[in-house]
Design a protein around this ligand. Structure first.
Ligand code: AVJ
Ligand code: FE
Length: 395
């Protein structure tokens, strides 16, 4: 499930998987959609094995009922692809165009009233009478058939393929959310991140002008548009994420709380992974930290978080810049780039321009298709359940 970390840039002339995915044509998109669905179903099966047929999880802000999340992934694809009368218009599609009936309607089930994340409030997802696991799987299977049938007749260009790529990445994001939620609940879903260590080191990056945002061909998220130039002053940045060996002295000094999924034992620090406590390797990247904890460490260490632009410049320019093991909190608030226009899925970005920070990179639970140095992730600063840490810059 985890992919290896990425060092620096991709050699010229070779596209990284995430670049390929954004330009994927019909054939590779079909294979990717099947692959993403297999992962979703594997994760769901692991939840079933761990939680039993009810699949009950506590109503916590960082969780979703697994049955709801699986149904939501299928509903999302249906809504934007098979049920969308303006599918072929891509980013030009009217999001309010009346939809074709959902297949669940034949069973008297209103899929839109259950699975639309924009209208079904978080806590309400625990009160719904959701279809059971078998019905949900059957719906997803029929949904994927419909998606692939639509894909077969889609126009092979960025507009014609827009919603297929969106549904693919959306499913990948929910798969990562399922791995994250499993870590929160102590469930083993087979997440085995590769063990990689980067000896702490710092590198200097010269002042530059940087073209931020997506200007290349293929799919882009609305929050990556428009591409625009930004000036970046010289800075010195860690070549890898801050390790536990660097982070924990602040905790040992009594200046910070014990991080989530960590505890002290007679033999030193332990961490809980897949529900099992084990010795912590202090050479590993610090993880499951909130942006608040990352900021506090930076202040304590006399350092600061990189801006989003600094992170991107370094990821592209620095040979030996290691990223992809943990998401990295940045100092930048998630905000629209100049010229931002919301795409048809209006709620992907716009509701979250509320001051929360951008996270860059990827984690060990992120599919290779989403590991792009221009990708902008965003969660509220207090979230400590994510596979997220940070790197620091000389203040
Ligand atoms: C972009 C990962 C922050 O999980 O809230 C999934 C992705 N949006 N369904 C999230 C998303 C709608 C989003 N992140
Ligand atoms: Fe979603």
């Amino acid at each position: 499930m985890g992919e290896g970390s990425i060092v620096g840039d991709t050699p010229a002339g070779r596209l990284a998987p995430a670049d390929m995915a954004r330009q994927a044509g019909r054939a590779s998109l079909a294979a990717a959609l099947v692959d993403a669905r297999e992962r979703s179903l594997r994760l769901f099966a692991a939840y079933e094995a761990a939680l039993g047929p009810d699949l009950r999880v506590p109503c916590w802000p960082e969780l979703n009922p697994p049955l709801w999340e699986l149904g939501h992934v299928g509903w999302f694809a249906d809504w934007w692809i098979a049920r969308n009368p303006q599918l072929s218009r891509g980013v030009q599609a009217d999001p309010l165009a009346p939809r074709r009936l959902a297949r669940q309607a034949r069973r008297g089930v209103d899929a839109d009233a259950l699975y639309d994340s924009s209208t079904v409030a978080h806590d309400h997802r625990w009160q719904l009478h959701l279809p059971g696991a078998q019905d949900t799987r059957a719906d997803l299977s029929a949904s994927l058939d419909d998606t692939l049938e639509c894909l077969h007749t889609a126009t092979e260009d960025d507009r014609g393929l827009y919603f297929f790529r969106l549904a693919l990445f959306h499913e990948d994001m929910h798969a990562e959310a399922a791995v994250t939620m499993a870590q929160t609940l102590g469930i083993d879903v087979g997440h085995r991140p590769p063990v990689t260590f980067t000896a702490p080191a710092e590198t200097r990056v010269s002042a530059t002008r940087w073209l931020q945002g997506w200007s290349g061909p293929g799919f882009a998220f609305d929050n990556e548009r428009d591409a625009h130039e930004v000036a970046v002053e010289a800075f010195e940045i860690d070549t890898g994420a801050v390790t536990w060996a660097r982070y924990l002295p602040m905790v040992d000094a009594g200046l910070a709380a014990v991080p989530r999924h960590l505890r002290r034992s007679d033999d030193g620090w332990q961490t809980r992974a897949n529900g099992c406590w084990q010795a912590l390797d202090s050479r590993a990247a610090a993880c499951h930290l909130s942006a608040t904890e990352a900021q506090a460490w930076c202040r304590w260490a006399g350092r600061r978080l990189p801006t989003e632009a600094e992170w991107e410049v370094a990821a592209h320019a620095v040979p030996g810049f290691v990223w992809g093991e943990v998401w990295e909190w940045t100092a930048s608030a998630f905000a629209p780039f100049p010229g931002f226009v919301p795409h048809p899925y209006r709620d992907y970005s716009q509701p979250w321009f509320d001051g929360r920070p951008v996270l860059k990179g990827a984690s060990s639970a992120t599919h290779a298709r989403l590991r792009h140095p221009r990708y902008r992730n965003y969660f509220s600063a207090e979230r400590n359940d994510l596979f997220a840490g940070f790197r620091s810059v000389r203040a």
